[in-house]
Ligand binder design. Structure first.
Ligand SMILES: *Cc1c(COP(=O)(O)O)cnc(C)c1O
Length: 405
């Protein structure tokens, strides 16, 4: 899709607006499938926390994806979108035994990531097929907020606790069908990933009834020009070969699972905002837009750089701008960024706005959340309306105090 399409959508639906390009989602999905075409049984489970609109979930289902969820509410949304329970995977962190039991009762594959719950669940439900999340302690993340494989991480069962883990499984006679790892976002070095995979293979040999190995995600996508990204094709070539050799050694064709979020939807998304004010100070030119970290928090939370394009004036002479929001706290989207000359009323398009953008939005400052549009077959389909004043009041209960005087 092109700048002029986005401009037309901003005009038609108003700003701020999220737009997702279905074709891009499909092409990323196909790219992953193709990279791993040498693996007999491959399954791609979409990590829906990246972008959880039900229409996006339906699109994923139609492409043949499964679903990766982290809460019972995500499971319910997935079922609502029409996923079969057996195509849904539940990988929570630090949730209660009760929630895990509720999800299991829905027919969803559960993944347990600590020894305490594993022992409790295995004792009560020894025949239920369970997957175990291992922490291989490999530093594969691109930044400390999202590296979940290191030694102090709260995620997964430490690989150093494998003997204890095996003991629990033997004592409870529970049914372990899968081993999982998710080392963290942003895999840049394929050798590091393959090293973590070896740790997973080693752990897997301890369990006799496995059906799948789940390698999580962490595929890095480019956020700016000439940015580095995970070489999916090289990973596909090397990991497929190693995986197939492992299956031979194990004596069974296991299913290889990935659960990408960002890789599937990040680049498909655009966030459209309107410039309310251009403000020149002694040192900086600010472009203030009709949004803030209430709608897109990644630059402030992770320091991530979203490329920003002035689609109202794409050929304009480039100048330096700091793009800021309207929230009553510092909310800088971009510092001293080269952008084609901006006038008040112009539409700025933020790239890579598909993953962890709308799904992390809030009503802070009592602002409405943006609408969402899916661009499909050359046409924009509204898949979430702009909020209204009543939405801010929903679930609030006016205090009723009886007059005492
Ligand atoms: C968030 C998450 C993912 C998806 O990570 P991306 O970097 O968006 O691909 C996959 N698996 C688990 C368990 C997650 O928590």
């Amino acid at each position: 899709m092109q700048g002029k399409d986005l401009l037309q959508l901003a005009d038609q639906f108003g700003t701020p607006l999220y737009v997702y390009d279905a074709e891009k989602i499909q092409s990323q999905f196909n790219r992953l499938i193709k990279a791993f075409s040498k693996v007999e049984k491959l399954r791609v489970n979409y990590a829906m926390k990246a972008l959880s609109n039900v229409s996006i979930l339906q699109l994923m289902k139609d492409m043949g994806a499964g679903l990766d969820t982290v809460s019972i509410q995500e499971v319910l949304l997935g079922l609502h979108a029409g996923f079969e329970p057996e195509r849904i995977f539940y990988t929570p962190n630090g949730v209660s035994l009760e929630e895990i039991e509720e999800v299991y009762a829905l027919g969803v594959q559960i993944n347990i990531d600590n020894l305490s719950i594993l022992e409790q669940f295995g004792t009560k439900h020894p025949s239920v097929p369970v997957c175990i999340r291992i922490n291989p302690h490999v530093m594969a993340g691109g930044n400390t907020n999202i590296s979940v494989g290191h030694i102090d991480s709260k995620f997964g069962i430490s690989i150093h606790q494998l003997p204890h883990l095996v003991r629990i499984v033997e004592n409870t006679k529970m049914n372990i069908v899968g081993i999982h790892m998710h080392t963290g976002s942003d895999i840049l070095d394929i050798e590091v990933f393959l090293y973590a995979a070896e740790i997973l293979f080693d752990a897997a040999k301890n369990f006799k009834n496995l059906e799948f190995l789940d390698f999580g995600s962490g595929f890095k996508v480019p956020y700016k020009k000439d940015d580095i990204e995970t070489d999916i094709e090289e990973l596909g070539k090397k990991l497929s070969k190693r995986f197939n050799a492992f299956c031979t050694e194990y004596g069974k064709d296991l299913t290889l699972i990935f659960e990408p979020g960002k890789f599937l939807v990040s680049q498909a998304g655009f966030f459209l905002t309107k410039v309310n004010v251009v403000k020149q100070t002694t040192s900086t030119v600010f472009a203030g837009v009709d949004s803030g970290f209430n709608h897109l928090i990644r630059p402030m939370l992770y320091g991530s750089q979203h490329h920003i394009e002035n689609i109202s004036n794409p050929k304009g002479k480039e100048r330096f701008y700091s793009v800021v929001g309207y929230i009553c706290e510092t909310d800088t989207f971009a510092n001293n960024r080269r952008i084609a000359e901006i006038k008040e009323g112009d539409i700025l398009s933020f790239h890579n706005a598909g993953a962890y953008c709308f799904s992390m939005s809030s009503n802070y400052n009592s602002r409405f959340k943006p609408a969402e549009v899916l661009w499909l077959n050359g046409k924009g389909h509204l898949i979430r309306a702009h909020e209204k004043f009543e939405d801010l009041l929903q679930n609030q209960i006016p205090l009723q105090i009886e007059a005492t005087v």
